[in-house]
Design a binder for this molecule. Structure first.
Ligand code: ATP
Length: 284
């Protein structure tokens, strides 16, 4: 990491969920590990975006050469937390060719007729790709639990099922980066208000989001269980304070960079004779 970049420790250390800490203590307007201001944060987002883009190209190049490794960014968060903004402003900084984004809304009848991971398996990233889940298999222990969409005897075993699914992903070469984005009820209200005040934001407004606010305590309980029970050594949760969009974007950019750097990727060697090809080109 560059010096004077505002980070006092690595983003992954600063943001990693410590199982057992109360969800209700999360400071949604905090910026753990970062002592810079918004101006520095925005400036860094651009320069770190260039680094992210370079690393993504390396991953993609290696994938083209047969490397099976990939990265999967899992985004969870309450309505208005800014998941879409991460896809646009963070993932948008890299070459879309190497990205596979999937969003998971209310399951279709066909999806419901299968195991809850059925639709998830189909969207996992291939070698060389960065996969992005805008909502994910975790909806099946969040909204499903909060609204009693299936009995507890069905959702309860899902924590362990998810852990072993993610272990399988890791052993097949996928680094899973899990981000739970938290906004305060007040900030959510402001963002919903903006959606109602601006015709260019109406498309984002969903009347059901207001009803969901009434379930906040139940969601907090479900998030607590999710974070505590599915933070594993191989796939820990990161809690992203999301009241300040610039911070959540910068933080997730750093998490991606750290994950990609830890793959120690190098440009794949030529699978042709470079000198011979140069000579041929000179004569062509
Ligand atoms: P978003 O709120 O993510 O911006 P949106 O309002 O456009 O998206 P969709 O993406 O169509 O809506 O669907 C999101 C909704 O689907 C959320 O309310 C989410 O809780 C719900 N959902 C996702 N997965 C499931 C699931 N497995 N079971 C029930 N509901 C689910």
């Amino acid at each position: 990491m560059a010096k004077n970049d505002g980070w006092t420790e690595s983003a992954s250390e600063a943001l990693r969920w410590r199982p057992g800490s109360p969800v209700t203590d999360i400071d949604t307007s905090g910026k753990p590990g970062f002592d810079g201001d918004k101006a520095l944060g925005e400036e860094l987002l651009a320069s770190r975006g260039a680094r992210l883009s370079e690393l993504q190209e390396l991953l993609y190049a290696n994938g083209r050469s047969g490397d099976h490794r990939s990265v999967l960014l899992v985004l969870q968060g309450m309505d208005t937390a800014g998941k879409g903004g991460i896809v646009r402003h963070v993932i948008g900084m890299v070459d879309p060719q190497g990205v596979h984004t999937a969003s998971f809304g209310k399951p279709t009848d066909e999806e419901l007729s299968h195991d809850f991971l059925w639709r998830i398996h189909k969207q996992t990233p291939k070698g060389g790709q960065i996969g992005v889940f805008d909502r994910s298999h975790y909806e099946d222990v969040l909204v499903v639990r909060v609204h009693d969409l299936v009995p507890q005897s069905v959702w309860e075993p899902r924590y362990d099922i998810i852990n072993s699914f993610e272990e399988d992903l890791a052993s097949s070469g996928t680094t899973v980066i899990k981000c739970a984005m938290f906004v305060s009820l007040d900030e959510q209200k402001k963002r919903l208000q903006e959606r109602l005040d601006r015709p260019d934001k109406y498309w984002k407004y969903n009347p059901a989001d207001i009803d969901e606010r009434g379930y906040w305590p139940k969601y907090q309980e479900a998030y607590q269980a999710m974070l505590d029970r599915t933070s594993t050594a191989g796939a820990p949760w990161h809690v992203i304070p999301a009241d300040r969009k610039w911070f959540s974007r910068l933080a997730i950019t750093e998490l991606l960079i750290e994950a990609l750097e830890s793959l120690n990727l190098d440009w794949p060697p030529a699978d042709f004779d470079v000198e011979h090809e140069k000579a041929r080109l000179a004569e062509a």
